[in-house]
Design a protein around this ligand. Structure first.
Ligand SMILES: NC(=O)c1ccc[n+]([C@@H]2O[C@H](COP(=O)([O-])OP(=O)(O)OC[C@H]3O[C@@H](n4cnc5c(N)ncnc54)[C@H](O)[C@@H]3O)[C@@H](O)[C@H]2O)c1
Length: 272
């Protein structure tokens, strides 16, 4: 099936690693030229090379999504390099796992600035370029934490809930320009082993290796994690699960789908 993504320009924030990297690679495999916007310049360069190996053009651009001027420069560079902007994926985020009363105002600010302001900044600066193109796709990576709230991630959950409400409101203003706005919510998603793996297990004090005990306990909460027949190994989410849902929203087939929130999380949440 032709998804209509070939030749489009896609900006993926937070694409230097993990889920964002897989989103960039999946859109590249569908023929989009990719801008990898991440604080991690070396990681972004590496993913740009991986995208180019799929036969598309790619640009790594060091970006702090919390800095609006930096985001403005990112969008200008992307449009200048590839002739316009068609797809924006807001993936960059930070999450700090602590009880609310143990957390600090600095930690609240960091999560609000990167997750929520980062998304707002990128939308604000990308939309005028999409209007010039006569359409576009905005897809933000939310979280099931933003739908039902996650224990020990109160402020993070709030930022993701904010992204969901913002997207539902924004889609009403820009549908007339052919621009859709949707959210894909991962549940616990474990990148493949390797140097790009980080983040999630830091809270279990296991920065680079799996924590099988914790993983097994979490899998029980995921309807798709349970495989009593033993045919398929039980698992949590993979970056592919999220990237495939994003790719649908980025496609021509999703033209009439906007303001929606889709969990790609093995049924962890089933919110209406
Ligand atoms: N991994 C999970 O279990 C999980 C679950 C639910 C939702 N999510 C969401 O999925 C997305 C990706 O998660 P991940 O696990 O791949 O995260 P990660 O921490 O592995 O990667 C995040 C990327 O964002 C970049 N980044 C951080 N701050 C930035 C900034 N200010 N400007 C630009 N780039 C910045 C980092 O350098 C990194 O490359 C996030 O939005 C996250 O909230 C992840």
């Amino acid at each position: 099936m032709d998804l209509g993504i070939k030749g489009k320009t896609a900006i993926v924030t937070g694409a230097a690693s993990n889920i964002g990297r897989m989103i960039a690679l999946t859109l590249a495999a569908e023929g989009a030229n990719i801008v990898i916007a991440d604080l991690d310049e070396d990681g972004a360069q590496g993913v740009a090379k991986e995208c180019e190996a799929k036969g598309v053009k790619a640009l790594a651009y060091k970006t702090n999504v919390a800095d609006q001027e930096n985001v403005k420069a990112l969008m200008a560079k992307a449009a200048e390099t590839f002739g316009g902007i068609d797809i924006l994926v807001n993936d960059a985020a930070v999450f700090i796992t602590k009880t609310f009363l143990d957390s600090t105002p600095e930690e609240w600010a960091k999560q609000i600035n990167v997750n929520y302001y980062g998304t707002i900044n990128c939308c604000y600066e990308a939309i005028p370029y999409m209007q010039k193109r006569g359409g576009g796709r905005i897809i933000s990576v939310g979280s099931d934490a933003g739908r039902v709230g996650e224990n020990r991630q109160a402020v993070y959950s709030g930022t993701k809930g904010a992204i969901i409400s913002f997207s539902k409101a924004l889609c009403q203003e820009i549908g007339r320009y052919g621009i859709t706005v949707n959210v894909v919510c991962p549940g616990a998603t474990l990148p493949e082993e390797g140097p790009g793996r980080r983040g999630f297990w830091k809270e279990a004090n296991v920065p680079t290796k799996r924590n099988p005990e914790r993983e097994a306990a979490m899998i029980k909460l995921y309807p798709m994690g349970k495989k009593p027949d033993g045919d398929t190994p039980a698992r949590l989410g993979l970056p592919d699960d999220v990237a495939n849902a994003i790719t649908y929203f980025a496609s021509d087939q999703a033209y009439f789908v906007t303001g929606q929130v889709l969990s790609a999380s093995g049924g962890y949440t089933r919110a209406g």
